[in-house]
Ligand binder design. Structure first.
Ligand code: NAD
Length: 369
Protein backbone atom coordinates (compact mmCIF):
# COMPACT_ATOMS: atom_id res chain seq x y z
CA UNK A 1 0.00 0.00 0.00
CA UNK A 2 1.50 3.42 -0.91
CA UNK A 3 2.45 5.58 2.07
CA UNK A 4 1.02 9.06 1.70
CA UNK A 5 0.78 10.01 5.34
CA UNK A 6 3.95 11.83 6.22
CA UNK A 7 5.06 11.83 9.85
CA UNK A 8 8.15 13.29 11.44
CA UNK A 9 9.10 11.73 14.77
CA UNK A 10 11.12 13.86 17.16
CA UNK A 11 11.54 11.68 20.28
CA UNK A 12 13.85 14.15 22.07
CA UNK A 13 15.49 13.43 25.42
CA UNK A 14 14.99 11.38 28.59
CA UNK A 15 11.94 9.12 28.37
CA UNK A 16 10.98 10.69 24.99
CA UNK A 17 12.60 7.93 22.88
CA UNK A 18 11.26 5.20 25.21
CA UNK A 19 7.63 6.29 24.86
CA UNK A 20 8.02 7.03 21.13
CA UNK A 21 9.15 3.42 20.57
CA UNK A 22 5.71 2.28 21.70
CA UNK A 23 4.07 4.49 19.05
CA UNK A 24 6.39 2.90 16.49
CA UNK A 25 5.07 -0.47 17.64
CA UNK A 26 1.48 0.66 16.95
CA UNK A 27 2.44 2.10 13.57
CA UNK A 28 4.00 -1.27 12.72
CA UNK A 29 0.79 -2.97 13.81
CA UNK A 30 -1.35 -0.64 11.66
CA UNK A 31 0.85 -1.26 8.66
CA UNK A 32 0.52 -5.04 9.05
CA UNK A 33 -3.06 -5.40 10.27
CA UNK A 34 -4.95 -2.36 8.96
CA UNK A 35 -2.88 -1.87 5.81
CA UNK A 36 -2.38 1.78 6.70
CA UNK A 37 1.13 2.91 5.89
CA UNK A 38 2.88 5.98 7.20
CA UNK A 39 5.92 7.58 5.68
CA UNK A 40 7.93 8.03 8.87
CA UNK A 41 11.12 10.06 9.29
CA UNK A 42 13.08 10.43 12.55
CA UNK A 43 15.23 13.32 13.72
CA UNK A 44 16.88 14.91 16.74
CA UNK A 45 15.45 17.74 18.80
CA UNK A 46 16.29 19.24 22.19
CA UNK A 47 19.37 18.29 24.20
CA UNK A 48 20.41 15.44 21.92
CA UNK A 49 20.35 17.82 18.92
CA UNK A 50 22.38 20.36 20.91
CA UNK A 51 25.00 17.72 21.69
CA UNK A 52 25.34 16.81 18.01
CA UNK A 53 24.76 20.14 16.23
CA UNK A 54 25.21 22.84 18.90
CA UNK A 55 21.56 23.86 18.59
CA UNK A 56 18.33 22.25 19.80
CA UNK A 57 16.61 22.55 16.41
CA UNK A 58 18.53 22.69 13.14
CA UNK A 59 17.16 24.47 10.05
CA UNK A 60 17.11 21.12 8.33
CA UNK A 61 14.87 19.56 11.03
CA UNK A 62 12.60 22.60 10.93
CA UNK A 63 12.31 22.27 7.15
CA UNK A 64 11.34 18.61 7.54
CA UNK A 65 8.71 19.56 10.14
CA UNK A 66 7.20 22.12 7.75
CA UNK A 67 6.95 19.51 4.98
CA UNK A 68 5.10 16.69 6.77
CA UNK A 69 1.44 16.16 7.65
CA UNK A 70 2.16 15.85 11.36
CA UNK A 71 5.01 15.97 13.84
CA UNK A 72 5.08 13.51 16.75
CA UNK A 73 7.11 15.03 19.55
CA UNK A 74 8.38 13.23 22.68
CA UNK A 75 9.86 15.62 25.25
CA UNK A 76 13.01 17.73 25.59
CA UNK A 77 15.34 18.89 28.32
CA UNK A 78 17.10 17.66 31.40
CA UNK A 79 19.71 18.69 33.97
CA UNK A 80 22.57 18.05 31.51
CA UNK A 81 21.53 21.10 29.44
CA UNK A 82 20.35 23.44 32.19
CA UNK A 83 23.41 25.63 31.71
CA UNK A 84 23.26 25.84 27.90
CA UNK A 85 22.85 29.35 26.40
CA UNK A 86 19.20 30.40 26.47
CA UNK A 87 18.70 30.38 22.69
CA UNK A 88 20.12 26.87 22.40
CA UNK A 89 18.41 25.31 25.39
CA UNK A 90 16.27 22.25 24.59
CA UNK A 91 12.98 24.12 25.23
CA UNK A 92 13.99 26.75 22.65
CA UNK A 93 13.72 24.08 19.95
CA UNK A 94 10.12 23.30 20.87
CA UNK A 95 9.17 26.98 21.10
CA UNK A 96 10.72 27.64 17.70
CA UNK A 97 8.83 24.73 16.16
CA UNK A 98 5.52 26.02 17.58
CA UNK A 99 6.24 29.54 16.35
CA UNK A 100 7.46 28.66 12.85
CA UNK A 101 4.60 26.21 12.32
CA UNK A 102 2.20 28.89 13.65
CA UNK A 103 0.50 26.40 15.97
CA UNK A 104 -2.07 28.68 17.57
CA UNK A 105 -4.57 26.14 18.91
CA UNK A 106 -3.44 23.87 21.74
CA UNK A 107 -5.78 20.94 22.39
CA UNK A 108 -5.67 19.31 25.81
CA UNK A 109 -8.24 16.57 26.38
CA UNK A 110 -9.03 15.65 29.97
CA UNK A 111 -10.37 12.11 29.87
CA UNK A 112 -10.85 9.95 32.92
CA UNK A 113 -10.59 6.26 32.15
CA UNK A 114 -12.99 4.44 34.49
CA UNK A 115 -10.19 2.16 35.75
CA UNK A 116 -8.21 5.21 36.92
CA UNK A 117 -11.07 7.26 38.41
CA UNK A 118 -9.68 6.54 41.90
CA UNK A 119 -6.44 8.37 41.02
CA UNK A 120 -8.26 11.71 40.66
CA UNK A 121 -8.04 14.31 43.37
CA UNK A 122 -11.86 14.54 43.21
CA UNK A 123 -14.51 12.03 44.24
CA UNK A 124 -14.86 9.17 41.79
CA UNK A 125 -18.50 9.95 40.90
CA UNK A 126 -17.56 13.52 39.91
CA UNK A 127 -14.93 12.46 37.36
CA UNK A 128 -15.76 8.93 36.22
CA UNK A 129 -16.44 9.11 32.49
CA UNK A 130 -15.16 12.70 32.21
CA UNK A 131 -14.35 13.54 28.58
CA UNK A 132 -13.64 17.19 27.88
CA UNK A 133 -11.36 19.16 25.59
CA UNK A 134 -9.65 22.45 26.40
CA UNK A 135 -8.65 24.53 23.38
CA UNK A 136 -6.05 27.10 24.46
CA UNK A 137 -4.87 29.99 22.27
CA UNK A 138 -1.13 29.40 22.12
CA UNK A 139 0.65 32.16 20.21
CA UNK A 140 -0.85 35.42 21.51
CA UNK A 141 -1.95 37.09 24.72
CA UNK A 142 0.03 38.17 27.74
CA UNK A 143 2.97 35.79 27.19
CA UNK A 144 3.91 37.63 23.99
CA UNK A 145 2.33 41.11 24.28
CA UNK A 146 4.50 44.26 24.18
CA UNK A 147 5.50 46.29 26.09
CA UNK A 148 6.89 44.00 28.73
CA UNK A 149 9.77 44.28 31.15
CA UNK A 150 10.93 45.34 34.58
CA UNK A 151 12.14 48.92 35.16
CA UNK A 152 13.70 50.59 38.19
CA UNK A 153 11.90 53.75 39.26
CA UNK A 154 13.50 56.96 40.59
CA UNK A 155 12.87 55.97 44.19
CA UNK A 156 14.71 52.67 43.59
CA UNK A 157 11.58 50.53 43.62
CA UNK A 158 10.76 48.40 40.60
CA UNK A 159 7.85 48.22 38.21
CA UNK A 160 6.98 45.20 36.04
CA UNK A 161 4.73 45.23 32.98
CA UNK A 162 3.14 42.48 30.88
CA UNK A 163 0.66 43.29 28.16
CA UNK A 164 -2.40 41.22 27.38
CA UNK A 165 -3.22 41.85 23.73
CA UNK A 166 -5.48 40.07 21.23
CA UNK A 167 -6.63 40.94 17.72
CA UNK A 168 -10.05 39.92 16.47
CA UNK A 169 -8.32 37.67 13.90
CA UNK A 170 -6.46 35.73 16.61
CA UNK A 171 -9.66 35.22 18.58
CA UNK A 172 -11.69 34.32 15.49
CA UNK A 173 -9.37 31.54 14.33
CA UNK A 174 -9.08 29.77 17.68
CA UNK A 175 -12.84 30.00 18.40
CA UNK A 176 -13.58 28.75 14.89
CA UNK A 177 -11.25 25.79 15.43
CA UNK A 178 -12.91 24.97 18.78
CA UNK A 179 -16.40 25.09 17.26
CA UNK A 180 -15.26 22.82 14.44
CA UNK A 181 -13.78 20.27 16.87
CA UNK A 182 -17.02 20.40 18.90
CA UNK A 183 -18.89 19.20 15.82
CA UNK A 184 -17.05 15.88 16.17
CA UNK A 185 -17.98 15.71 19.88
CA UNK A 186 -21.08 16.70 21.88
CA UNK A 187 -21.45 20.02 20.01
CA UNK A 188 -21.13 22.26 23.10
CA UNK A 189 -18.52 25.02 23.49
CA UNK A 190 -17.89 27.19 26.54
CA UNK A 191 -15.91 30.33 25.70
CA UNK A 192 -13.98 31.53 28.75
CA UNK A 193 -12.64 35.05 29.49
CA UNK A 194 -13.06 37.87 31.96
CA UNK A 195 -15.22 40.29 29.98
CA UNK A 196 -16.34 41.82 33.30
CA UNK A 197 -12.89 43.32 34.01
CA UNK A 198 -10.69 43.02 30.88
CA UNK A 199 -10.91 44.75 27.47
CA UNK A 200 -9.48 41.65 25.78
CA UNK A 201 -12.31 39.74 27.46
CA UNK A 202 -14.91 42.08 25.97
CA UNK A 203 -13.45 41.65 22.47
CA UNK A 204 -13.07 37.88 23.02
CA UNK A 205 -16.78 37.53 23.88
CA UNK A 206 -17.85 39.74 20.94
CA UNK A 207 -15.79 37.76 18.41
CA UNK A 208 -16.70 34.35 19.88
CA UNK A 209 -20.40 35.27 19.65
CA UNK A 210 -20.01 36.33 16.00
CA UNK A 211 -18.12 33.14 15.08
CA UNK A 212 -20.76 31.10 16.89
CA UNK A 213 -23.37 32.32 14.39
CA UNK A 214 -21.54 30.35 11.68
CA UNK A 215 -22.08 27.18 13.73
CA UNK A 216 -25.83 27.05 14.43
CA UNK A 217 -25.56 23.33 15.21
CA UNK A 218 -23.11 23.96 18.08
CA UNK A 219 -24.31 25.33 21.43
CA UNK A 220 -22.06 28.22 22.48
CA UNK A 221 -22.05 29.65 26.01
CA UNK A 222 -19.78 32.08 27.86
CA UNK A 223 -18.22 31.86 31.29
CA UNK A 224 -15.84 34.01 33.37
CA UNK A 225 -12.47 32.35 33.94
CA UNK A 226 -12.70 32.42 37.75
CA UNK A 227 -16.11 30.74 37.64
CA UNK A 228 -14.72 28.19 35.15
CA UNK A 229 -11.96 27.26 37.63
CA UNK A 230 -14.64 26.67 40.28
CA UNK A 231 -16.87 24.68 37.93
CA UNK A 232 -13.96 22.47 36.88
CA UNK A 233 -13.58 21.18 40.42
CA UNK A 234 -17.31 21.34 41.28
CA UNK A 235 -18.88 19.63 38.28
CA UNK A 236 -16.35 19.03 35.47
CA UNK A 237 -18.67 16.76 33.48
CA UNK A 238 -20.80 19.80 32.49
CA UNK A 239 -18.11 20.72 29.91
CA UNK A 240 -17.59 19.40 26.40
CA UNK A 241 -15.19 21.90 24.75
CA UNK A 242 -13.69 24.95 26.50
CA UNK A 243 -12.00 27.62 24.39
CA UNK A 244 -9.92 30.29 26.07
CA UNK A 245 -6.85 32.53 25.84
CA UNK A 246 -3.22 31.64 26.44
CA UNK A 247 -2.97 32.54 30.15
CA UNK A 248 -6.35 31.21 31.29
CA UNK A 249 -5.81 28.13 29.12
CA UNK A 250 -2.45 27.46 30.73
CA UNK A 251 -3.96 27.48 34.22
CA UNK A 252 -7.28 25.80 33.46
CA UNK A 253 -5.75 22.97 31.41
CA UNK A 254 -3.38 22.07 34.25
CA UNK A 255 -6.29 22.17 36.67
CA UNK A 256 -8.31 19.86 34.38
CA UNK A 257 -5.26 17.60 33.99
CA UNK A 258 -5.18 16.92 37.72
CA UNK A 259 -8.76 15.66 37.54
CA UNK A 260 -7.47 12.76 35.48
CA UNK A 261 -4.78 11.54 37.88
CA UNK A 262 -1.43 11.03 36.17
CA UNK A 263 0.86 13.05 33.93
CA UNK A 264 1.72 9.82 32.13
CA UNK A 265 -1.83 9.63 30.70
CA UNK A 266 -2.19 13.12 29.17
CA UNK A 267 -1.91 13.72 25.42
CA UNK A 268 -1.98 17.06 23.57
CA UNK A 269 -2.09 18.52 20.08
CA UNK A 270 -1.07 21.90 18.71
CA UNK A 271 -2.63 22.87 15.41
CA UNK A 272 -2.22 25.65 12.85
CA UNK A 273 -4.65 27.16 10.36
CA UNK A 274 -6.12 24.97 7.60
CA UNK A 275 -4.54 25.53 4.16
CA UNK A 276 -6.37 25.48 0.81
CA UNK A 277 -6.65 21.69 0.95
CA UNK A 278 -7.91 21.83 4.57
CA UNK A 279 -4.61 20.51 5.91
CA UNK A 280 -3.44 21.94 9.23
CA UNK A 281 0.16 22.00 10.41
CA UNK A 282 0.17 19.87 13.53
CA UNK A 283 2.37 18.73 16.39
CA UNK A 284 1.32 16.02 18.85
CA UNK A 285 3.06 15.54 22.18
CA UNK A 286 2.44 14.16 25.65
CA UNK A 287 1.95 16.81 28.35
CA UNK A 288 4.74 15.35 30.49
CA UNK A 289 8.43 16.20 30.25
CA UNK A 290 11.54 14.03 29.99
CA UNK A 291 11.25 12.58 33.52
CA UNK A 292 15.03 12.39 34.14
CA UNK A 293 14.36 10.61 37.45
CA UNK A 294 13.11 7.49 35.67
CA UNK A 295 14.70 7.78 32.19
CA UNK A 296 16.37 4.61 30.93
CA UNK A 297 14.74 2.43 33.58
CA UNK A 298 11.81 1.11 31.49
CA UNK A 299 9.41 2.70 33.99
CA UNK A 300 7.85 5.41 31.79
CA UNK A 301 4.17 5.24 31.03
CA UNK A 302 3.89 5.31 27.20
CA UNK A 303 0.11 5.92 27.15
CA UNK A 304 0.22 9.75 26.95
CA UNK A 305 2.39 9.38 23.83
CA UNK A 306 0.15 6.63 22.44
CA UNK A 307 -2.95 8.79 23.04
CA UNK A 308 -1.17 11.73 21.35
CA UNK A 309 -0.79 9.48 18.30
CA UNK A 310 -4.53 8.69 18.50
CA UNK A 311 -5.17 12.46 18.38
CA UNK A 312 -2.92 12.63 15.32
CA UNK A 313 -5.04 9.94 13.61
CA UNK A 314 -8.21 11.90 14.46
CA UNK A 315 -7.16 15.46 13.67
CA UNK A 316 -4.46 15.16 10.98
CA UNK A 317 -5.62 12.08 9.08
CA UNK A 318 -9.37 12.07 9.68
CA UNK A 319 -9.06 8.44 10.81
CA UNK A 320 -11.65 8.58 13.60
CA UNK A 321 -12.25 4.80 13.55
CA UNK A 322 -8.56 4.05 14.04
CA UNK A 323 -8.27 6.74 16.74
CA UNK A 324 -11.27 5.17 18.53
CA UNK A 325 -9.65 1.75 18.19
CA UNK A 326 -6.39 2.88 19.82
CA UNK A 327 -8.26 4.71 22.61
CA UNK A 328 -10.46 1.66 23.24
CA UNK A 329 -7.39 -0.58 23.38
CA UNK A 330 -5.86 1.73 26.02
CA UNK A 331 -9.10 1.70 28.04
CA UNK A 332 -9.32 -2.11 27.88
CA UNK A 333 -5.69 -2.61 28.86
CA UNK A 334 -6.30 -0.45 31.94
CA UNK A 335 -9.53 -2.32 32.69
CA UNK A 336 -7.55 -5.56 32.47
CA UNK A 337 -5.30 -4.27 35.27
CA UNK A 338 -2.06 -3.39 33.44
CA UNK A 339 -0.27 -0.51 35.18
CA UNK A 340 3.07 1.24 34.81
CA UNK A 341 4.63 2.36 38.12
CA UNK A 342 3.15 5.90 38.01
CA UNK A 343 -0.45 4.62 37.98
CA UNK A 344 0.11 1.45 40.01
CA UNK A 345 -2.72 0.46 42.38
CA UNK A 346 -2.95 -2.46 44.83
CA UNK A 347 -3.83 -5.75 43.17
CA UNK A 348 -2.96 -4.59 39.64
CA UNK A 349 -0.30 -5.95 37.28
CA UNK A 350 2.85 -3.80 37.24
CA UNK A 351 4.41 -3.62 33.78
CA UNK A 352 7.33 -1.90 32.06
CA UNK A 353 7.11 0.66 29.24
CA UNK A 354 7.60 -2.05 26.63
CA UNK A 355 5.15 -4.47 28.27
CA UNK A 356 2.50 -1.75 28.32
CA UNK A 357 3.08 -1.05 24.61
CA UNK A 358 2.85 -4.77 23.84
CA UNK A 359 -0.36 -5.06 25.88
CA UNK A 360 -1.89 -2.30 23.74
CA UNK A 361 -0.97 -3.98 20.44
CA UNK A 362 -2.20 -7.36 21.77
CA UNK A 363 -5.51 -5.67 22.61
CA UNK A 364 -5.61 -4.07 19.14
CA UNK A 365 -5.19 -7.58 17.74
CA UNK A 366 -8.06 -8.86 19.87
CA UNK A 367 -10.36 -5.94 19.00
CA UNK A 368 -9.84 -6.35 15.28
CA UNK A 369 -9.87 -10.18 15.15
P1 NAD B 1 8.25 15.78 34.07
O1 NAD B 1 6.92 15.75 33.44
O2 NAD B 1 9.38 15.31 33.23
O3 NAD B 1 8.22 14.86 35.40
C1 NAD B 1 7.42 15.16 36.54
C2 NAD B 1 7.19 13.85 37.35
O4 NAD B 1 6.27 13.02 36.65
C3 NAD B 1 8.47 13.03 37.52
O5 NAD B 1 8.45 12.41 38.79
C4 NAD B 1 8.37 11.97 36.45
O6 NAD B 1 9.03 10.77 36.76
C5 NAD B 1 6.86 11.77 36.32
N1 NAD B 1 6.48 11.43 34.95
C6 NAD B 1 6.41 12.28 33.90
N2 NAD B 1 6.05 11.62 32.79
C7 NAD B 1 5.91 10.34 33.13
C8 NAD B 1 5.56 9.15 32.41
N3 NAD B 1 5.28 9.16 31.09
N4 NAD B 1 5.51 7.98 33.08
C9 NAD B 1 5.77 7.93 34.39
N5 NAD B 1 6.09 9.01 35.14
C10 NAD B 1 6.17 10.20 34.51
O7 NAD B 1 8.50 17.27 34.60
P2 NAD B 1 9.79 17.91 35.29
O8 NAD B 1 10.43 16.91 36.19
O9 NAD B 1 9.36 19.20 35.80
O10 NAD B 1 10.81 18.20 34.09
C11 NAD B 1 11.86 17.33 33.68
C12 NAD B 1 12.50 17.88 32.40
O11 NAD B 1 11.51 17.85 31.35
C13 NAD B 1 12.94 19.33 32.52
O12 NAD B 1 14.14 19.48 31.82
C14 NAD B 1 11.83 20.11 31.85
O13 NAD B 1 12.29 21.34 31.30
C15 NAD B 1 11.42 19.15 30.76
N6 NAD B 1 10.02 19.33 30.28
C16 NAD B 1 9.83 19.23 28.95
C17 NAD B 1 8.56 19.35 28.43
C18 NAD B 1 8.38 19.22 26.94
O14 NAD B 1 9.28 18.78 26.26
N7 NAD B 1 7.23 19.57 26.39
C19 NAD B 1 7.47 19.54 29.27
C20 NAD B 1 7.67 19.60 30.66
C21 NAD B 1 8.97 19.49 31.15
Amino acid sequence: MPANKKLLMLPGDGIGPEVMDEVKRIIGWMDKRRHVSFDVADDLVGGCAYDKHGTSLTDNTLEKAMGVDAVLFGAVGGPKWDKAERQHRPEAGLLKLRKEMDLFANLRPATVFPALADASSLKKELVSGLDMLIVRELTGGVYFGQPRGIETLKDGSKRAVDTQVYTSGEIDRVCRAALEFARKRQKRVTSVEKANVMETGVLWREVATAVGKDFPDVQLSHMYADNCAMQLVRNPKQFDVIVTDNLFGDVLSDCAAMLTGSLGMLPSASLGAPDASDRRRALYEPVHGTAPDIAGQKLANPLAMVLSFAMCLRYSFDMADDADLVETAVRNVLDAGFRTADIMQPGKKKVSTVEMGKAVTAELDRLSA
